[in-house]
Design a protein around this ligand. Structure first.
Ligand code: ACM
Length: 263
């Protein structure tokens, strides 16, 4: 059994120091958790008014004040953290997600599907769909609008992800209904950490949630409040993909008939 949590909050646009102080206050309320997920672009905010603002609030993985702060917390609390972040590599920005643990940096994912204006700032992901083996389970990551594509949940489940962490800045209200179904049909745990608040003309829809492989919601937040929620999850139930003694959700697939998917 492990305790899995999300932090639903509002990062401050282009103000990392203030954002860190807000997260630090929330961290004081976190007790006995093994895994914490934070929202998309948590080191920068989302609705940049210019490319310059996006670039100035991006960080390089090896020189990130945000990661230093999170890794310090991981070490002190013996916890794993997944967080969205605005990543700079050379002159390119990616909308990325990082996995950190008590020993530091573990890996990252770059968002594959760009939503609305994101392509003005970010290049699409180019790291595939990695799954990272850790002592608390196999962890895969998706970011916000990636939720709309059933293929990517399935790829992570086929790659033996136990928990799919889903940092988000959702503006549409649908994902919170769809994610339990993705959890159910792939038999995985999911943790969606959405943000709240408003930036310019965008309001974010909150309602972060943790789901089990039966599609049940184990913990959820409301649409407006900053909060940390935690649920106890049992990773051992994820690895059995049978739903009856005669039905295995991966072995029963008819991939010989799925050709249209690749057109
Ligand atoms: C989104 O992908 N941030 C809606």
């Amino acid at each position: 059994m492990i305790n899995a949590s999300f932090l639903q909050f509002a990062p401050v646009l282009a103000d990392l120091d203030l954002t860190i102080s807000i997260i630090e206050n929330h961290f004081k309320k976190l007790k006995n958790s093994n895994l914490l997920v934070l929202p998309e672009l948590a080191n920068s905010g989302y609705n940049f008014i210019s490319k310059k603002m996006a670039v100035q609030s991006a960080e390089i993985v090896k020189k990130s004040k945000y990661f230093e702060f999170l890794i310090d917390f991981c070490k002190k609390q013996n916890i794993f953290i997944v967080s969205g972040f605005n990543e700079k590599e050379g002159s390119i920005l990616y909308n990325s997600s990082i996995l950190l643990g008590p020993k530091g940096y573990i890996g990252k994912y770059r968002k594959m599907h760009s939503f609305f204006n994101e392509s003005k700032f970010f290049q699409k992901g180019n790291l595939g769909f990695p799954v990272f083996k850790t002592e608390i389970g196999n962890i895969g990551m998706l970011i916000c609008y990636d939720w709309m594509f059933p293929e990517v949940w399935r790829i992570l489940a086929l790659k033996k992800a136990d928990i799919i962490c889903h940092p988000s800045n959702l503006v549409l209200p649908y994902a919170q209904q769809a994610v339990p179904v993705h959890a159910l049909i792939n038999k995985v745990f999911t943790i969606t950490a959405n943000r709240v608040g408003t930036e310019g003309n965008l309001s974010f829809t909150g309602k972060s949630l943790i789901c089990n492989p039966l599609g049940e919601v184990l913990a959820h937040a409301n649409e407006k409040d900053e909060t940390i929620c935690t649920a106890e999850i049992d990773i051992s139930i994820v690895r059995n993909k049978k739903i009856t003694p005669k039905n295995h959700i991966f072995k029963d697939r008819r991939i010989d008939e799925y050709g249209e998917l690749f057109k």
